[in-house]
Design a protein around this ligand. Structure first.
Ligand code: AGP
Length: 617
């Protein structure tokens, strides 16, 4: 949550900060601001709303004040997702110390801010916001004795919580000091200039040379170099990595929205994720999984998946595949619940944390709970260098590329593909599938991106037509059974998060135990009715729904004519192995949600109240 960007160097700071914030807006967009060194003062510009409001405020500010200083350009910027304090200009970052000489941009939560604030106020600090983050500026001022780095180190020791921040001081032009604890912060290395941000896209247009920060580290940026330090001031070595992302991948590439572009990238993303891992006909090669050895995979007695939101739904699909193919029992847990239970977990368990961002606070905490109890921990994530990758015993990377739309699409399908790979590898190692069946499943998996392309290339006329007919409805029910149930859940989540329409998603067999009471003639019921061992049971459930007059929109397999008599509208997907059909069935539902939100005139890339990376619990 929240995006931080910073720059030191010879160039005009404002456009660089603004460009960085644009790339980080997915992390939060209720308000934004920048602080730029301007001679003997720091110019602070903040605005409530998305970045267009900040742009206007910046234009006004530069008309009315002296032109910004160009040499020794020093500045920080922030885009906010509110945690403490309302969405107001005063609560927008950057925040500043009582003497206004120190400015900070913060991501995360300061848990002991009440106590700190009381003591700072007693000492004469004057607070101007309701945020927890502002205490950091005042603490740095309290410790400041002509050395910003030392003051940040001292302030860091006073703080409890999880946060990343960057500080600047009027008294030290050309210096930025960052600190990180459990929230992301990455340095971008330039020639005679340096960048810092919550994520690589913040400066990807300027440099691909990055240095990742770890927790409990301080970083000092000057135009001519970067120093990494422990909180005690000991220097740390840090290699420079070259990221291979193309800046263009972060752009919309001709599509109207990032979400639509990312939906259309799904076949490639799955092909990329499967890639050489399924190159052989009869074996899966998961590459280097760190300490998650073949021996361990052969001997674990249970798998527990911990995740949130869409990643949780990927875990649910994974459960069906692992149990079906590898015969290993799997539990799938909502991370925010798991972390505060006293779960029965231990050395015989493999706990898998799933997170596209690799920074979701609840998932990280759930993984830590399991690790502390002696379980082995595997991460399935999309982003290299995130906290999750460092804290797991092994990582199975998805290869979705950068996903900007807040609604997860291509990261979801790659997570599911990662589970398929893992399920087949487990089946292979444990001899749970006969060699012939293993080879057949591998062949079907490799063919899946081709089938996904067929769905994407088939055109969206039917989906758009139905979306046009139902977009004014205020409630949708989604149903599924077996491996199509997670897709019903995911379809319902997609619709509610981007269209703000109430949805419910249920195992179809549960309908008669309560939810069926919700249905009347006006309720659209979306049923994921692709080929499955329980399709006939699902069709019985559809009949129960139709008997209440509800309108049935089905996702069904090409060639299945039986469904024709039971559904009002049908979105067709090609036939494949029932266990793999979730990756096809989800596409029409993503598009359905997309077109409904579009008809309602909503910004699908940045739905209200949400953020791409949820680093708070
Ligand atoms: C999905 O569309 C949502 N944006 C959300 O549910 C998301 O999947 C969840 O916050 C988990 O995020 P993660 O994968 O980064 O951990």
């Amino acid at each position: 949550m929240c995006g931080i960007v910073g720059y030191v160097g010879p160039r005009e700071v404002r456009p660089l900060l603004f460009a960085g914030l644009e790339k980080l807006e997915y992390r939060g967009y209720d308000s934004a601001g920048i602080s730029v060194l301007n001679g003997e003062q720091i110019d602070l510009i903040r605005a409530v709303g998305d970045l267009s409001f900040l742009r206007d405020a910046m234009a006004e500010n530069s008309n009315g004040s002296a032109p910004p200083v160009v040499a020794d350009g020093t500045g920080i910027g922030h885009t906010r997702w509110a945690t403490h304090g309302l969405v107001t200009e005063a609560n927008a970052h950057p925040h500043y110390s009582t003497n206004s000489r120190i400015h900070i941009a913060v991501n995360g939560i300061v848990e002991n801010y009440v106590t700190l604030k009381e003591s700072l106020v007693k000492d004469g600090s004057v607070f101007t916001s309701e945020t927890d983050a502002e205490v950091i500026a005042h603490l740095i001022e309290r410790h400041y004795n002509g050395d910003l780095t030392k003051a940040v180190r001292d302030a860091y020791q006073d703080l409890i919580g999880h946060y990343a921040f960057v500080a600047m001081s009027v008294d030290e032009p050309g210096v930025l000091v960052g600190a990180r604890k459990e929230c992301p912060l990455v340095v971008g290395r330039g020639e005679g200039e340096q960048f810092i941000g919550s994520a690589v896209p913040a400066f990807l247009k300027e440099t691909k040379r990055v240095q990742y920060m770890n927790d409990d580290e301080i970083v000092v940026l000057r135009p001519d170099g970067v120093e990494f330090l422990t909180v005690d001031g000991e220097p740390l070595a840090r290699e420079i990595d070259e990221v291979d992302w193309d800046a263009d991948t972060a752009e919309k590439g001709g599509y109207e929205t990032f979400m639509l572009k990312e939906i259309h990238e799904q076949a490639d993303a799955v092909a990329e994720t499967i890639g050489e891992r399924a190159a052989a006909e009869d074996s899966i090669d998961l590459g280097d999984l760190g300490q998650i050895s073949d021996h361990l995979l052969r001997n674990i007695s249970r798998i527990v998946v911990v995740a949130c939101g869409t990643s949780y739904h990927a875990g649910l699909v994974g459960r069906y595949a692992i149990e079906e193919w590898a015969r290993v029992p799997v539990e799938v847990e909502i991370a925010s619940e798991y972390r505060y239970r006293n779960p029965v977990v231990g050395p015989n368990d493999l706990v898998i944390g799933v997170s596209q961002s690799g920074e979701t606070a609840d998932t990280l905490a759930a993984m830590a709970t399991a690790r502390n109890a002696g379980a082995s921990v595997l991460a399935i994530t999309n982003i290299v260098g995130t906290r999750m990758t460092r804290e797991a015993d092994g990582v199975l990377f998805t290869r979705a590329g950068m996903e900007i739309g807040v609604a997860a699409t291509k990261t979801f399908v790659t997570q599911v593909a990662a589970f398929y790979l893992l399920a087949l590898r487990l089946a292979e190692l444990r001899g749970a599938l006969a060699p012939h069946d293993l080879s057949s499943r591998i062949a079907e998996l490799k063919h899946l991106p081709h089938l996904m392309s067929e769905v994407l290339d088939a055109g969206t006329a039917t989906i758009e037509k139905v979306a046009d007919q139902v977009y004014k409805q205020n409630f949708f029910m989604y149903l599924g059974r077996n491996s199509s149930l997670p897709i019903a859940l995911e379809g319902a989540l997609k619709l509610k998060e981007i269209s703000y329409i109430a949805t419910d998603a249920y195992a179809a067999g549960e309908m008669k135990h309560g939810p069926i009471a919700l249905l009347d003639e006006s309720t659209p019921v979306v049923v994921v009715a692709t080929n499955s061992p329980v399709l006939s049971k699902l069709i019985s459930n559809i009949q129960e729904v139709r008997a209440r007059g509800a309108r049935v929109i089905a996702v069904a397999t090409e060639g299945d004519t039986e469904i024709d008599a039971h559904a009002d509208e049908i979105f067709r997907v090609p036939a494949t192995n029932a266990m793999l059909s979730p990756l096809l069935a989800v596409i029409p539902l993503q598009l359905f949600a997309y077109f409904i939100a579009g008809h309602r005139g909503l910004n699908v890339d940045r739905p209200r109240n949400l953020a791409k990376t949820v680093t708070v619990e």
